[in-house]
Design a protein around this ligand. Sequence first.
Ligand code: NAP
Length: 354
Amino acid sequence: MLCCSASHAISFIKVPLGVVLAIPPFNYPVNLAVSKIGPALIAGNSLVLKPPTQGAVAALHMVHCFHLAGFPKGLISCVTGKGSEIGDFLTMHPGVNCISFTGGDTGIAISKKAGMVPLQMELGGKDACIVLDDADLDLVAANIVKGGFSYSGQRCTAVKVVLIMEAVADTVVEKVNAKVAKLKVGPPEDDCDITPVVTESSANFIEGLVMDAKEKGATFCQEYRREGNLIWPLLLDHVRPDMRIAWEEPFGPVLPVIRINSVEEGIHHCNASNFGLQGCVFTRDINKAIMISDAMESGTVQINSAPARGPDHFPFQGLKDSGIGSQGITNSINMMTKVKSTVINLPSPSYTMG
Ligand code: NAP
């Protein structure tokens, strides 16, 4: 691009950063690797992929496919190993010019150590689902079950807390419970809806949140059941703000319901969270929905649908502890390039050439 004034001309171009370090999480080890690889290569960078340990085999097969397709070796390098052991070496390496990370709190620690390199951080969430009196309650129930329990709740944009107006709460809870009863629980090989969570420590963490809610008086809509890492879907009603599950991300098939008496109460709870990834609001009043969306401190708000990452060309970002920067192909390409300017100082009118 070229711009001129009377005495200057400036040309500026976008140049690649160099080496992008891409670190995806276990729950989408291929999809969330490709969403970093694509823009990094389009922008002219090379890439080092550090896949999640649980998901590393899938990532290695994927990189092999790139090589089979003719991508030169070395353009995408895959380095496997536990993040706790090799992570600092990679993220603080002077040869790394940009870090695109998706995962949990680890991203906050990385951002403190990384130094002067552009960061794209897509971290955890506590996506709130605000349900107003006038909502289509069948639509609400379907979206709470899809949003809260698909992938056994192991999605960054899963519905992680339902904030529901008291007047419709009983009806919605009943409708959700009827759907939860139909979820098939078991191993993934049997095509089940709810399958074991990723590790024993994840299952233990989820159980800790459930037991805390139990001690503090939450209503269990289903019996709490666990076998190894398999946790049966559980809706917790009458959750209060003093319970950990009101604020923490279980990353499992356990969903808290907080009954509210006003829209402001719902927005207040949503905004008191350290997270700000996505949220959703159910109402037939579009003006009210947009007002609530504007008031919610989250990167995206879905109206009348559960949170979701969406197509790759949509911007995708978290506020507060949910991240730095924005993904989506255009935003990622911009973030993975730098502007380089050349200014040509034009001779003044009194200057004579030659
Ligand atoms: P995680 O524990 O933070 O790990 C994410 C990635 O970081 C993994 O590849 C991990 O490798 C690596 N890692 C761990 N320690 C590291 C270190 N010190 N330095 C560099 N890399 C390190 O997250 P996760 O359990 O895989 O994923 C679940 C979390 O991701 C949830 O909080 C979820 O909300 C979030 N998430 C966010 C989005 C989003 O777009 N906002 C999308 C999906 C998931 P190892 O596997 O080897 O430890």
